[in-house]
Design a protein around this ligand. Sequence first.
Ligand SMILES: NC(=O)c1ccc[n+]([C@@H]2O[C@H](COP(=O)([O-])OP(=O)(O)OC[C@H]3O[C@@H](n4cnc5c(N)ncnc54)[C@H](O)[C@@H]3O)[C@@H](O)[C@H]2O)c1
Length: 248
Amino acid sequence: MSGMSRKVGLVTGAGSGIGRATALEFARSGAAVAVLDIDESTAAETTEMIRKDGGEALSVRVDIADEHSVRAAVERTLAAYGGLDFAVNNAGLASHHRQLDRMPLDEFERVVHVNLAGTFLCMKYELPLLEGGGAIVNIASNGGLYAIPTAPAYVAAKHGIVGLTKVAAVDYAPRDIRVNAVCPGPTRTPGLERVAAGTDMLAVQEAITPLGRLATPQEAAAAAVWLCSDAASYVTGIALSVDGGRRA
Ligand SMILES: NC(=O)c1ccc[n+]([C@@H]2O[C@H](COP(=O)([O-])OP(=O)(O)OC[C@H]3O[C@@H](n4cnc5c(N)ncnc54)[C@H](O)[C@@H]3O)[C@@H](O)[C@H]2O)c1
């Protein structure tokens, strides 16, 4: 991809699924990548994959739900690479499927805290580093745009991420920082396979998707990488569906 060489990127949740695919794609396009995850061993695996491919990467443990941890991880990236050009805030977790009146408050708060406050914290510490302009992509979900039945906490958090994205896009446009969201539909990742284990969820999702299949992690990653690239230089404040036609 043009315009990505020698840039520095940061990806959260880069030890698995969409985050790993995004980190690999950034590295292939010539960027140095900070591979952030709460799971040090999977982050190290991603870093190893990038290095074997001839790329530049550094793994950093982060818990996006913990402000000190986020600040330290961003500082570590700055110390290693001297700056930041783009960030993909992808780390997140799904919730148990329950209707609202059966959801304990602590589960609601945990899912909203990690997904929404976690994304907020990442943006809070990334934005000051994007000194010469840059781009942030937040990985929301199709659940950031419409209901996923029995997922009230996840859907509330993902709608919140779309809202945060729009406000930041407007507030930071004068500094030439673009902020967008990607809203994947069901994507075949270790995270989704865990949620779907023992159910017919994946087959049902395929059946109701116009393209007739789930996304690959690479297909969601490609949208994030494009939004960070110079090819998307006039695109900010959008929530881009990558959902096989579901929203249509
Ligand atoms: N897979 C899908 O179908 C799908 C659809 C829509 C949106 N998404 C979103 O895409 C993102 C990635 O999903 P995935 O399916 O690749 O998930 P995944 O579970 O395969 O990977 C998520 C990664 O995030 C890390 N993580 C979790 N909590 C963290 C924390 N507190 N701090 C730092 N890292 C943490 C995990 O260790 C893991 O490596 C999530 O935000 C998810 O909500 C996924």
